[in-house]
Design a protein around this ligand. Structure first.
Ligand SMILES: C[S@@+](CC[C@H](N)C(=O)[O-])C[C@H]1O[C@@H](n2cnc3c(N)ncnc32)[C@H](O)[C@@H]1O
Length: 448
């Protein structure tokens, strides 16, 4: 059997990786259809440097550091290592996978991610906690810390930095030994891989690794453009440097930034494969179980469905957090859909604008809510043409129905009703054409 990555990792991680090796190789074998060796038992929590600090001791450690949880930063630390282990287990990380962690806090989740062999980039807004993390993880080649507000990051630059981190790491003794695993990993990676070419930004990294304080408003357009360039990038890489590696986002989120983080990350399918968010239970239920026609069918449901397949994984008792919030938590997985696999629409930015506008005045029927983007008479004609109730409200429509409405309005108005200028429209049509071509290629060249 090929040498294990874990043996070459930071020596203090070795004991934990010895366990993980069994689990990861077993998963790879499972994908190859081989007989499975019985999985190893979970590691005793005290083993190794990573477990010198238990999540349950968070309160004591904060006291020693003369720190208190900050409500303003949504600091509800997870005290139960079993919950954290379940989150990381659900993410089925392979050694060498890239993980973006939002809000590492006291590092409780971070330790589990590192123990799974991930290369972690963690963004923490709290300066005092960042200082502690810097000390704790000093010299750990698998860990990068960014002190800043995740919502103000240029996420593409952040992701580029993560891929460079991996290339640097692969060139290090730890990564070199990991290369010996590539045969097994490649087999595991084959599932879901789109055999993509190396993304240029990985070879020629963008100049800025992070731009704290950057105007957040300018990001979506830039993200969108880069996203188009990244279309087709592989979801999973192998241990070698030829492909961008799979990126997973994992976070125990401050509840109050959940929506903003989803808006920021959901459109990044193609660069990010999955997101595992620990969020408010009620939000998790709503995002994954609400149906059209119900009061809790909101714009975020449509955007979530458009960009991802969301799955409620499990509930978390509020008493497992420090301090305990007023509501329970939950873990939700968002499997991101790459741009060319999303539901086809005439123009993605216009489609999103249309959905948001339709929901902006929930009590109004869609044809009135969409004013002045579209004339009510045009909307009425479009609704009737696609067989929808002319008095439909936004919360009555499914994602598909919004798609049909967008196409019909586009056909009727030639796209002019959306307020786009001609140049934008041309660009959007070209992007749509490229998307269709990519889709046809995915379907083996058939135009069906
Ligand atoms: C719910 S706590 C989770 C801490 C740790 N991951 C855990 O599971 O115990 C949220 C963390 O996110 C950090 N945070 C809050 N807002 C942030 C932001 N905008 N960007 C990055 N980190 C943020 C907080 O300081 C805190 O450490």
């Amino acid at each position: 059997m090929a040498a294990c990555l874990s043996a070459a990792l930071h020596p203090r991680c070795a004991a934990i990786h010895k366990h993980n090796r069994g689990t990861h190789v077993a998963r790879a074998a499972q994908r190859e259809g081989e007989a499975l060796a019985p999985p190893l038992p979970p590691p005793p929590p005290q083993v190794g440097w990573l477990w010198d600090k238990k999540a349950a001791d968070t309160h004591k450690r904060l006291q020693e550091q003369k720190l208190r949880p900050k409500k303003s930063l949504g600091q509800n630390f997870m005290l139960d290592d079993n919950v954290l282990a379940s989150v990381v287990d659900a993410a089925a990380l392979q050694p060498g996978d890239l993980v973006l962690e939002i809000g590492p806090g006291t590092g409780n989740l971070t330790r589990h991610l590192l123990a799974a062999g991930a290369l972690v980039t963690a963004v923490e807004k709290d300066y005092a906690l960042s200082e502690q993390l810097e000390v704790e993880f000093a010299g750990v080649a698998e860990m990068r810390l960014v002190c800043g507000d995740v919502l103000r990051q240029d996420v593409h630059a952040l992701l580029d930095g993560m891929q460079r981190h991996r290339l640097d790491w692969l060139a290090s003794p730890a990564g070199q030994a990991a290369g010996a695993l590539s045969g097994t990993q490649a087999a595991a990676a084959a599932e879901g891989s789109s055999a993509a070419a190396l993304d240029q930004d990985v070879q020629q990294p963008a100049a800025a690794a992070q731009q704290q304080g950057q105007d957040g408003d300018s990001l979506p357009q830039q993200q969108q453009q880069q996203q188009q360039e990244q279309e087709g990038a592989g979801r999973r890489g192998v241990a070698g440097g030829e492909h961008p590696a799979r990126v997973t986002v994992v976070a125990n989120l401050p509840y109050y930034i959940t929506k903003d983080c989803l808006n920021q990350m959901l459109p990044l399918g193609g660069r990010i494969s999955d997101i595992y968010f620990m969020l408010q239970d009620e939000v998790g239920v709503r995002l994954t179980q609400a149906d059209p026609g119900a009061a809790d069918w909101r714009v975020m449901n449509l955007l979530t469905q458009y960009h991802s397949r969301a799955q409620y994984l499990f509930r978390i008792d509020r008493r497992k957090y420090l301090p305990a919030p007023k509501v329970d938590g939950a873990v939700v997985r968002f499997e991101l859909i790459p741009p060319h696999q999303r539901m086809p629409v005439p123009s993605e930015p216009d489609f999103i604008k249309l959905v948001k506008k339709a929901f902006s005045q929930r009590r109004k029927v869609v044809r009135n809510a969409l004013r002045p983007m579209y004339e009510p008479a045009d909307v009425l004609a479009a609704l009737e043409a696609v067989g929808l109730n002319p008095n439909a409200r936004a919360q009555d429509l499914t994602l598909d129905q919004f798609g049909q409405l967008a196409w019909k309005l586009h056909e009727q108005t030639g796209g002019s009703g959306s307020g786009s200028n001609g140049e934008e429209q041309q660009q959007q049509q070209q992007q749509q054409q490229e998307r269709l071509e990519a889709q046809q290629e995915d379907n083996g060249g058939s135009s069906a």
